[in-house]
Design a protein around this ligand. Structure first.
Ligand code: MTE
Ligand code: MO
Length: 379
């Protein structure tokens, strides 16, 4: 069993699949911490978790067209200038369970908690690339490929790539991280080294990093070429052509209500309904406003920000936690159903689509329509 040696997991992580292990937290717990505790951070593994001996760990760095291969031990990486960023990572399939209600999609049935926010410490990828002789204005080299130490039954490793500009730009903040919230990165999250590509889809944040390849083309891996891409709602499994869509990198703006839960009975606090959640945008954009409605959009209430990082766009990588007390009209009776909607607006004034119907895609990615939940009022 390739899964015989998996790490222990916190019981609060509810598995969406066990082999490979994929799990998320209850949204109620998720929005309680601006920094998600390591043991509660969602896990998205495509393959068994590799066991890596930190003393024998080596990272290889190769440049297409150059014969020299650099290699770094863990100690050598730790001696390079150390940086810390606070960044949210989100799976492209976060909130898939809502899109699949419109029409079935293929993929893990994620709720709204395939997302987490952490402090990541490590070496700037830019510093490594400079040591390898890669410059800001390479003419032919366009991508940086990453390979993980996890592999499938045919010995194919997990892999992905990002554009070279993101890797080399000082504002890109791409890290080869060895710490998560001040401790060595836990096994499930990529021990001993994982790539943190802030503002970019989870899939490019390669865990258990073994090799960096600076190249002319994108990663040839399945996950770069034939997965993690968006399509028109009219594309189905008979007509899909993966060469026709670009790989997802920066993610669009998203938000979700974490408390109350969909279908919950809610108690009013002195005539008010308390609502809490998160909002986040990719590409280093900051959340500037979160709007909530309980009357189908006739009245929008602006939420308060309970926690937001001070970083400025386009280097704002962390999510925003928000809350709001909505006054409930006395005419609303005990047991009556209320529908709550939320949408967020980012610093580019981009906002979320209203419904899933028009953004539906066969793989169920980019699920960022208004989050809509129903609750029953208890008087
Ligand atoms: N890296 C490797 N080596 N193997 C993987 O399966 N999964 C990716 C990414 N990096 C993956 C990986 C995906 S799809 C996501 S969403 C994030 O890791 C999840 O990171 P986490 O498990 O630390 O939350
Ligand atoms: Mo993912």
């Amino acid at each position: 069993d390739p899964y015989a040696n998996e790490p222990r997991r916190h019981i609060a992580l509810k598995p969406a699949s066990k082999k490979p292990f994929n799990a998320e937290l209850s949204p109620l717990l998720l929005c309680e911490n601006f920094i998600t505790p390591n043991e509660l951070f969602y896990v998205r593994n495509h393959l068994p978790v590799p066991e890596v001996d930190p003393d024998n760990y080596e990272l290889e760095v190769e440049i297409e067209g150059k014969s020299r291969i650099l290699s770094f031990t863990l100690d050598e990486l730790k001696k390079l200038p150390k940086h810390t960023i606070t960044a949210t990572i989100m799976c492209a399939g976060n909130r898939r369970s809502e899109m699949t209600k419109v029409k079935a999609v293929k993929g893990l049935n994620w709720g709204p908690a395939a997302i987490g926010n952490a402090c990541w410490t490590g070496v700037k990828l830019r510093d490594i690339l400079k040591l390898a002789g890669v410059t800001e204005d390479e003419e032919n080299l366009k991508h940086v490929q990453f390979e993980g130490l996890d592999f499938d039954a045919t010995s194919k490793q997990y892999g992905a790539s990002i554009p070279l500009w993101k890797a080399i730009d000082n504002r890109g903040d791409v890290l080869l991280a060895y710490e998560m919230n001040g401790v060595p990165i836990p096994r499930d999250h990529g021990f001993p080294i994982r790539v943190i590509v802030p503002g970019v889809v989870g899939a490019r944040n390669v865990k258990w990093l073994s090799r960096i390849y600076v190249s002319v083309n994108e990663s040839p891996s399945h996950w770069q070429q034939n997965d993690y891409k968006g399509f028109s709602p009219s594309v189905d499994w008979d007509t899909v052509d993966y060469t026709k869509s670009p790989a997802i990198q920066e993610l669009p703006v998203i938000s979700a209500i974490c408390n109350p839960l969909d279908g919950q009975k809610v108690h009013l606090e002195e005539g008010y309904l308390k609502v809490k959640g998160y909002a986040w945008s990719g590409g280093g954009q900051r959340i500037v406003r979160v709007d909530v409605t309980i009357d189908g959009g006739k009245t929008w209430h602006v939420a308060n920000f309970d926690a937001q990082d001070s970083a400025v766009p386009p280097k704002h990588w962390a999510w925003t936690l928000w809350s709001l007390k909505i006054p409930i009209n006395e005419k609303i009776k005990d047991g009556e159903e209320l529908e709550i909607w939320v949408k967020a607006i980012d610093s580019c004034y981009n906002t979320q689509p209203e419904s899933f119907e028009n953004i539906w895609n066969l793989r169920g990615v980019l699920n960022n329509a208004y989050h809509r939940i129903k609750v029953n009022v208890c008087r």
